[in-house]
Design a protein around this ligand. Sequence first.
Ligand code: ADP
Ligand code: TRP
Length: 323
Amino acid sequence: MTRVLTGIQSSGRQHLGNVLGAIRPAIRKSNDPGTESFLFIADLHSLTTIKDADTRKENIIATAAAWLACGLNTEKTVFYLQSAVPECTELTWYLNCFTPYPMLANAHSFKDKSDRLSDVNAGLFDYPVLMASDIILYDAHVVPVGKDQKQHLEITRDIATKVNMAYNDEIFVIPEASIDENVMTVPGTDGQKMSKSYGNIIDIFLPEKKLRKQVMKIETDSTPMEEPKNPDTCNVFTLYKLLANNEQIAQMRQNYEGGNYGYGHAKQALFELIIEEFKEERAKFDALVEKPEEIFAELAKGADKARVVARETIARVRAAMGY
Ligand code: ADP
Ligand code: TRP
């Protein structure tokens, strides 16, 4: 059985890019036979930047609700909060003592964040070790991540190998990164990659009126209503194509090329398609956020399962290190 594990940042609400680029593919993969998946919300990592308790909690609720609404099956996937497994922070300490200082000082993400952020704390510096601990603690074989996390996986492998060598023992599984180079990039309302940090998102879980407003914000050129338009250079069409069936796409292409069809019409059609495509997910999301206690109950069940594995790993480490 291959154990696949990944962590999700709980940095805010999940947008169309997250849903199509990460949530749906991960849920599909979690149903692969021969694999067992662990998925957690990295709420300890988020303390490096988010200090307000209510904000962190809201982010956890919105993130977990999005995954559950999109069909994450908690019978098949161990779904939990990083902070609910204290063994993770214990292991982080042990790993810290095997992590060369320059390896962390040279991490791209630390260099990038320490240039950008005003609060450069030790947690930010130690971020990759906590991440190594997230992975090693659960004997993960495969870790699906974005390209930006590749170096963190190399650090994880280095640390795990060092500990194994120090004790002449196979205490840890050495994990492999799985980086999908062909992952689609969903454009935002301004045509750049959709991202929470660019203020260009379409949040499919918003109430209809607000969601429609975001769709209407998509930037287009100023070709007048009557004139034919090129669908292939239009952002609205690109997004439409991601959700529509072939027949709908062909019809939309005709509308663009035929003239007398404005961008407003195309946006309205896209809005209606989003509502239709995500009808079930939107309803589930609304029901879940109304009852956050149910979300936390699911996460607690996941943590119980995760801790069974975590305790075994910690026992091996403690035995090897003489604690
Ligand atoms: P954001 O850029 O909004 O902060 P994250 O970096 O937290 O998003 O990404 C979470 C997951 O969603 C990652 O797996 C990432 O690859 C995926 N993702 C984010 N934005 C997009 C996008 N525009 N298109 C496709 N996938 C995306
Ligand atoms: N650092 C990852 C990110 O920014 C999130 C993360 C934390 C993670 N721990 C992990 C991903 C362990 C994979 C495995 O997206």
